[in-house]
Design a binder for this molecule. Structure first.
Ligand SMILES: C[S@@+](CC[C@H](N)C(=O)[O-])C[C@H]1O[C@@H](n2cnc3c(N)ncnc32)[C@H](O)[C@@H]1O
Length: 279
């Protein structure tokens, strides 16, 4: 990072810390949101928060964070972190297990959107009755896929495959989007529309959903910064219903929260999970 960017980053990180604390209190929220409603105030907030302000689209947020992203999703440390985080199931995985356990007996083909190097596969096979002949296909970014393939061959797991082609989801019995649909500018139902033979079951987990209109922010994980879209929950569910899916289960992922610094009232106290079936 160039020195000018480093200084700017330092300023943004410090400002973000102050806003994060202020946003936890009623008067702080009123102060920030009141300022944001005026023209001058919103320009000043936008400048102070830089890439940590809210944006209309994922593209805009990705452009703003690029110089500060530290490699984003494809930072090698991110792969290690996901493997470590999923060495054991996390709280939101147990809700997913509840809905998965019975259908899995007849699920032969699983498509895992944003499945990293297969961290969910390695975790879930220890908890769930996966079929011996199951084919679990991970869709992810090119460098992550390549690391996933190397790891899978060193662990000798032929059931785990990798692809960068979304069309490979066609014919899957189960589509998983765990901690991933927020990184796509097209909503999951829009992505599914282009798939020939859609899945019967859909598992969404660890996703920040909101009540107001969609917008985008940066998730600052410390070691990386990535753009993330916050989808409106009711609109997303209505899109699924138009495709013929119904929501059979809904839960919170208490292990994950997201602060929206310039709109603290829109902060997400817990991510969400959904279980959907084609009816
Ligand atoms: C937070 S991780 C989720 C990992 C895992 N599914 C879980 O629940 O623990 C998000 C994953 O989405 C992937 N991802 C983000 N943007 C993507 C894109 N445009 N195409 C494919 N994968 C993407 C990242 O590389 C990363 O592996």
């Amino acid at each position: 990072m160039r020195i000018r960017n480093k200084l700017r980053d330092l300023q943004i990180v410090s400002t973000a810390k102050i806003f994060s604390v202020l946003g936890r209190f009623g008067y702080g929220r009123r102060l920030i949101e009141g300022a944001g409603r005026t023209r001058v105030g919103s320009v000043i907030l936008g400048w102070l928060l830089g890439y940590r302000r809210s944006f209309g689209t994922l593209d805009e947020v990705k452009r703003a964070v690029k110089p500060y992203a530290r490699g984003g999703h494809e930072n090698p440390a991110n792969v290690a972190l996901h493997l470590e985080l999923n060495r054991m199931a996390r709280p939101s995985d147990y809700a997913a297990f509840y809905y998965l356990r019975d259908p899995l007996l007849c699920v032969k083909k699983i498509f895992d959107l944003g499945g990293n190097v297969g961290n969910l596969y390695y975790c879930y096979r220890d908890y769930l009755p996966l079929r011996k002949d199951v084919v679990w296909t991970v869709f992810d970014l090119p460098e992550t896929i390549s690391r996933g393939r190397t790891l899978a061959s060193s662990r000798n797991v032929p059931n785990l495959q990798f692809t960068d082609d979304l069309q490979q989801a066609s014919g899957a019995d189960l589509f998983i989007a765990s901690g991933s649909l927020q990184y796509f500018d097209r909503s999951l139902p829009e992505l599914l529309e282009s798939i020939g033979q859609r899945p019967r079951y859909i598992l969404i987990n660890r996703t920040p959903l909101i009540d107001g209109p969609d917008f985008a922010v940066v998730q600052d994980a410390g070691h990386i910064r990535v753009g993330c879209k916050l989808y409106n929950r009711s609109k997303l569910i209505a899109q699924f219903e138009r495709l013929g899916y119904g929501v059979l289960g809904e839960w919170q992922a208490p292990e994950l929260r997201l602060s929206v610094l310039d709109r603290p009232s829109s902060s997400v106290a817990a991510y969400a999970g959904l279980w959907l079936e084609y009816r």
